[in-house]
Design a protein around this ligand. Structure first.
Ligand SMILES: NC(=O)c1ccc[n+]([C@@H]2O[C@H](COP(=O)([O-])OP(=O)(O)OC[C@H]3O[C@@H](n4cnc5c(N)ncnc54)[C@H](O)[C@@H]3O)[C@@H](O)[C@H]2O)c1
Length: 362
C-alpha cells in the first residue's frame, strides 16, 4: 500500500503556479490552471488535480500545450460564439469561454459557446458549478471521436474510437448547486491513472485489455486496452454526441483539438476525426422570475433529500453533494497525494527550479 503526503491547498496552488510560470506560462494563466487543479483535489477528484502537473509539463516540453497562448473569440453570431484556445491551457480557455457565455446569457437569455484547440480542460464540473453559483443553468461537454482516438471503445466495438467525453450540468439552488459531472466511460481515464499511481486494481467492468478481454489491471489499459462506456449503448450515445456537439467548434479545422482525449491518435487520417468543447449557459430570468426558479429547485432538492433510503443506504445524495462534503473536509485536513504523485511533481519542480512546499507524511 502506497504512502501519502498531506499538503495544504494554498501551498499546492502556489507550487503549481510557480511550476507553470517557470515553464513559460503567464502568471494569471498559471494561477488559474493551478487553482483549478487544487479545486479538483478539494472536490475529491484527484484524477484531475495536482497529478496533472507533471503531465502538463511534459505536454509543454513536447509543444502540445503552448503555455503563453491566450484564447480569442474568432466568430460570433447572436447567442453563439466560437473561442479558439490557440493550443494553450484548457482550464484558462474554458474559464474565459464560460465568462463570455455568462455575459452573453445575461444579455440575451442564453448563450452557446464552443471552444477548439483547448488541450485538457480539467474537471468539467468546475465550470458548471461556477455558472450555477452565479445563478445560471449550464451544460458543458467535451468530446473527441475518430479511429484510434482516446481510450474508449464504442458499444460493441473492440478498438479505441472515443475520448472519455464527459458531460456536466449545473443548476442553481440558492445554496450548494446541483452539479452532475461525469465521464461517459465507467471510469474516467484519470481514475485509471490514480489507480496505477496507488498500485491498486480497478473495479471489474471498467476496462478491457488490448485483446478485448476483461481486466482490472490499470497497466493493461496503458498497454493498449480500452475503457468501456457506462450504461452500454446509452453512455456510448452520450459519448458520441459530446464529440459531435464539440465538433461545432472544429468546422474547417483539418486537425481538430484533442481536448479530453486520453491518448494521442494513432491514425493520422484527416476528415474522420472530430473534437471540441460545447457549452450552453441559460439565464433562468429569461423564462420568468429567476428567484422563483431557484426557490422551486431548492424545494424539489430538499424534498428529494427526504426520499426514504433503500436498505443499507444511509442517505440519498444530490449530484454535487459528495464533492461539497469532500471540499469541507479537505479544506480542514489538507490534500493527501500518493507518494508517487508527490515524487513526480517534485521532479518537475526541481527541473524548473521551484522549491517543494512542506508536506507531512501519512
Ligand atoms: N476534461 C476531460 O476531458 C475529462 C474527461 C473525463 C472526465 N473528466 C472529469 O473527471 C471527473 C470524474 O469523472 P467520473 O466519471 O469518474 O465521475 P464520478 O463517477 O465520480 O461521478 C461524479 C458525479 O456523480 C455524482 N455522485 C457521485 N456519487 C453520488 C451519489 N451517491 N449520489 C448522487 N450523486 C453522486 C457527483 O456529485 C458527480 O456529479 C469529472 O469531474 C469529470 O469532469 C474530465
Amino acid at each position: 500500500m502506497a504512502g501519502y503526503r498531506i499538503v495544504e491547498p494554498e501551498a499546492l496552488e502556489v507550487l503549481g503556479t510557480e511550476v507553470f510560470v517557470a515553464l513559460g506560462t503567464p502568471g494569471d494563466v498559471g494561477r488559474e490552471v493551478a487553482a483549478h487543479l487544487v479545486r479538483a483535489n478539494l472536490a475529491g477528484h484527484d484524477s484531475h488535480g495536482a497529478i496533472r502537473i507533471p503531465q502538463y509539463a511534459t505536454m509543454i516540453a513536447q509543444g502540445t500545450i503552448r503555455p503563453a497562448s491566450r484564447p480569442t473569440i474568432t466568430r460570433e453570431r447572436g447567442a453563439a460564439m466560437l473561442v479558439d484556445a490557440g493550443d494553450g491551457f484548457g482550464q484558462f480557455a474554458t474559464a474565459f469561454a464560460l465568462e463570455r457565455g455568462m455575459e452573453r446569457a445575461a444579455d440575451l437569455g442564453a448563450a452557446v459557446v464552443t471552444l477548439r484547440r483547448a488541450n485538457h480542460i480539467g474537471r468539467v464540473g468546475d465550470y458548471t458549478e461556477k455558472a450555477a453559483r452565479r445563478g445560471y443553468v449550464a451544460e458543458v461537454t467535451v468530446g473527441a471521436a475518430g479511429p484510434g482516438i482516446g481510450g474508449a471503445a464504442p458499444f460493441g466495438g473492440a478498438a479505441r474510437f472515443l475520448g472519455t467525453n464527459p458531460w456536466s450540468l449545473g443548476v442553481p439552488t440558492g445554496g450548494e448547486p446541483v452539479v452532475v459531472d461525469f465521464a461517459t466511460t465507467v471510469v474516467a481515464e484519470g481514475k485509471v491513472r490514480v489507480a496505477r499511481a496507488k498500485r491498486e486494481p480497478l473495479p471489474p467492468g471498467c476496462i478491457v485489455d488490448k485483446a478485448g478481454q476483461a481486466s482490472t489491471d490499470p497497466e493493461d489499459f496503458y498497454a493498449g486496452g480500452m475503457l468501456l462506456p457506462f450504461g452500454g449503448h446509452k453512455g456510448y450515445g452520450l459519448a458520441l454526441a459530446a464529440a459531435l456537439f464539440g465538433g461545432l467548434a472544429a468546422i474547417g479545422e483539418s486537425d481538430p483539438s484533442m481536448a479530453g482525449a486520453a491518448a494521442p491518435p494513432t491514425d493520422k487520417g484527416e476528415g474522420d476525426r472530430i473534437a471540441g468543447v460545447f457549452m450552453l449557459v441559460v439565464d433562468p430570468g429569461a423564462f420568468g422570475d429567476r428567484e422563483a426558479y431557484t426557490a422551486a429547485v431548492a424545494r424539489v432538492t430538499a424534498s428529494l433529500k427526504r426520499v426514504p433510503t433503500a436498505p443499507g443506504v444511509p442517505e440519498v445524495l444530490l449530484p454535487g453533494e459528495p464533492e461539497a462534503r469532500t471540499r469541507v473536509q479537505r479544506q480542514r485536513e489538507g490534500i493527501a497525494l500518493p507518494d508517487d504523485t508527490w515524487e513526480a511533481i517534485a521532479q518537475v519542480a526541481s527541473g524548473a527550479g521551484v522549491a517543494m512546499p512542506a508536506a507531512r507524511p501519512s
